[in-house]
Design a protein around this ligand. Structure first.
Ligand SMILES: [Zn+2]
Length: 285
């Protein structure tokens, strides 16, 4: 996992910081096919920044890796390797998982490098392996707000029962997948279940789910989550995007302006299509 971190980091889009971060998350040990023994799948993550927007729009590598694992059906992360120590924002974000406190983390330990800077070489970097409960003691988390749900753990809804409003922009099965992602997103604090779909010119639909946090600010927003999934694909160029569709449940908050600002920042020349889960009225036409 540590050895492939530079590859994960090479996908980073960091036009503001030029600081490339890679993360690799290991899912649960299980049988992935009939012919293999139990093993854990690995999921890449990297940071994604947006020109012209406040810094809090940035997606961190650890969030991207969790999102990638979640979108591939994982319900837990056992271990995560990161190219630098996780920031406070990510420690808080990862704490939202049911097993968050037990999550093992591995990253370069630069503390000794500072002491011996004169003899520093790349091969001399030590690795630190620890867990989240040690990195985030006395943590504030879901139970402090009376929430007994956990990030990644909720049941997947097929979305089959929800009638599509208009299939002119996507296939029925794609609509079902997008609605399923919306209803299985994680919004225990606002009830604003949400998912974003990026429709490519070749007809593929790339989806990202929303995930909230007890501390509110370290949320995973649906459009950055979808853009991050698109980023791993061979056809991942932004110019291949045909449409961006946001589906959300109406509540006291909305993902609409966040997604619109990002579309503007990326100069996509696309109008966001917004559907409310409650009535499927395309609010933006
Ligand atoms: Zn971070």
């Amino acid at each position: 996992m540590v050895l492939i971190l530079p590859l994960a980091a090479s996908y980073a889009r960091a036009p503001v910081s030029n600081y490339l971060v890679g993360a690799v998350a290991a899912g649960q040990y299980r049988k992935h096919s009939a012919t293999t023994s139990d093993c854990a799948a690995l999921y890449f993550g990297c940071n994604y920044e947006f020109l012209g927007l406040p810094l809090n729009y940035s997606l961190h590598a650890e969030q991207a890796a969790l999102s990638n694992a979640w979108m591939h059906g994982e319900t837990q992360i056992e271990l995560m390797a990161i190219s630098a120590a996780p920031c406070g924002h990510c420690r808080q974000f990862l704490h939202e998982m049911a097993n968050g406190r037990l999550l093992s983390l591995i990253f370069p330990d630069f503390s000794e490098v500072i002491l011996t800077q004169a003899s520093y070489t790349a091969s001399s970097i030590n690795l630190k392996m620890t867990n989240l409960s040690l990195l985030l003691p006395d943590a504030f988390g879901p139970s402090d707000l009376g929430n007994n749900q956990s990030l990644m753990a909720q049941q997947f809804d097929s979305g089959e029962s929800i009638k599509p409003p208009d299939l002119s922009i996507m296939k029925r099965q794609q609509w079902v997948e997008l609605v399923s992602a919306c209803v299985s997103s994680y919004a225990p604090y606002s009830d604003n279940l949400a998912a974003c779909g990026i429709m490519l010119k070749n007809g593929q639909l790339i989806i990202g789910r929303y995930a909230e946090n007890a501390a509110y600010n370290p949320c995973l927003y649906p459009l950055p989550a979808a853009l991050s999934q698109l980023n791993w694909m061979q056809s991942g160029d932004l110019e291949n995007i045909e449409n961006i569709i946001l589906v959300e449940r109406s509540s006291k908050i909305s993902q609409r302006s966040h997604a619109q600002k990002i579309i503007e920042s990326l100069d996509l020349n696309i109008k966001l299509k917004l559907y409310q889960l409650d009535d499927f009225i395309d609010l933006l036409g």
